[in-house]
Write a new protein. Structure first.
Length: 86
């Protein structure tokens, strides 16, 4: 999968903001066919950060989401600021 097609858009919900601050995680809606490897490569290329882990799930509405935990040297809040979420 092409790097920029795996990720659709970031989520900035209350839970997402809490995860950013407490656990250094970002939330994204991703393509339903995207694998964890596709998402990891996309995030690392687009934002030039290192990804520690990824957890994905499909919502009851059929959208696939990813929780992306970044390495400690890169604060998730910086990325959220670049995206205009903060």
């Amino acid at each position: 999968m092409e790097p920029f097609k795996a990720i659709k858009y970031p989520l900035s919900t209350e839970k997402g903001i809490r995860l950013m601050e407490a656990e250094n995680k970002l939330m994204f809606v991703i393509d339903n066919k995207a694998s964890k490897r596709d998402v990891k490569e996309s995030v690392e290329k687009i934002f030039k950060v290192k990804v520690e882990s990824i957890r994905t799930f499909v919502t009851s509405k059929g959208k696939k989401r990813a929780y992306i935990k970044l390495k400690p040297e890169t604060p998730a809040i910086e990325i959220a600021t670049q995206l205009g979420l903060m």
